[in-house]
Design a protein around this ligand. Structure first.
Ligand SMILES: C[S@@+](CC[C@H](N)C(=O)[O-])C[C@H]1O[C@@H](n2cnc3c(N)ncnc32)[C@H](O)[C@@H]1O
Length: 279
């Protein structure tokens, strides 16, 4: 599908996708269990370990987290929240569109004894059900790419952060100057949106909102490695996991576009940390 979607259409596409049984099955079993984001593969080939390393790398950039109020935008199964709350003493609000994922998130929090430190809220990150200036940190991993209006998400981040609050996030993006812009079309088609963000777009929009850039660590090579590794594991475990042929073909093709896009200089991925101006 290639037509421009309205914001609400785009949001229902993401919700229907993440709520579907086959996506839930795939992400919970192949992608690493509790995390659905790009991993760091310098020291491991294991998706779960690599995904956890990304969470740890982001945490290293944030300083002490004990008692901090954190919102995780597009929290998936809440893997990062359990590290932030369970190992670092933060209080985390997971805001996520998919009720299927949110149910699994709540079950995992209960099992980990963290339900009193993590709350899971059904909602969309372009219209946050929270008052202004109530979080110390806004956190998001590989989720804002699904927003039809990324500017609204960034406005909401600015609104709910306290003065001096930190926005730490990752997102699969297009390169600022893609080598072959036309090659991005199959990726846009997969997410049913007309484009991806870019590092330049985030810099520009956040600057306009008054944020100060603290760090942008570009790690685009990890994007290609991650999607390639997910494709390999999916094919290795297809039979054991009972994954349907049509789903595997479709997903394999989709993952291939990301791998190729990264190799050909059309994509970008980074850990980005910005600060809202202080009091
Ligand atoms: C690739 S997953 C990442 C999940 C999680 N951040 C992680 O790293 O494990 C993308 C997530 O974005 C969420 N999402 C997509 N559109 C959203 C929206 N409009 N509001 C809130 N969450 C959204 C999906 O439900 C999904 O959990």
């Amino acid at each position: 599908m290639n037509e421009m979607k309205t914001a609400n259409d785009g949001i229902s596409v993401a919700r229907d996708y993440y709520d579907s049984e086959e996506a839930d099955d795939f992400y919970s079993k192949v992608w690493g269990g509790e995390d659905i984001h790009i991993g760091l593969y310098d020291t491991t080939d294991d998706i779960r370990t690599a995904s956890r390393l990304t969470v740890e790398r982001m945490i290293e950039k944030l300083g002490p987290l004990e008692g901090k109020q954190i919102i995780d935008l597009g929290a998936g199964y809440g893997g990062a929240a359990r590290v932030l709350a369970g190992e670092h003493g933060a209080r985390v609000t997971c805001l996520n569109l998919s009720e299927v994922e949110n149910r699994r998130n709540r079950r995992l929090n209960e099992a980990a004894g963290l339900s009193d430190r993590i709350s899971v809220v059904d909602g969309s990150f372009d219209n946050l059900p929270f008052p202004s200036e109530c979080f110390d940190i806004a956190w998001s991993q590989d989720a804002i790419l699904h927003a039809p209006r990324r500017d609204l998400v960034l406005h909401e981040v600015e609104r709910v952060l306290k003065k001096g609050g930190i926005f730490a996030f990752t997102d699969p993006m297009q390169a600022d100057a893609p080598k072959d812009a036309a090659a991005l079309q199959p990726i846009y088609d997969r997410i049913h949106l007309p484009d991806l963000a870019s590092i330049g777009l985030y810099r520009k929009t956040l600057k306009r909102l008054g944020f100060e850039e603290l760090e942008v660590e570009e790690l685009t090579h990890q994007l290609g490695r991650h999607y390639g590794r997910v494709r390999e594991v999916m094919l290795e475990r297809q039979e054991e996991l009972g994954l349907d042929d049509a789903f595997v073909d479709r997903m394999g093709e989709g993952l291939g576009h990301w791998v190729k896009g990264a190799a050909e200089g059309n994509l970008a991925w980074a850990i980005m940390v910005f600060r809202k101006p202080g009091a």
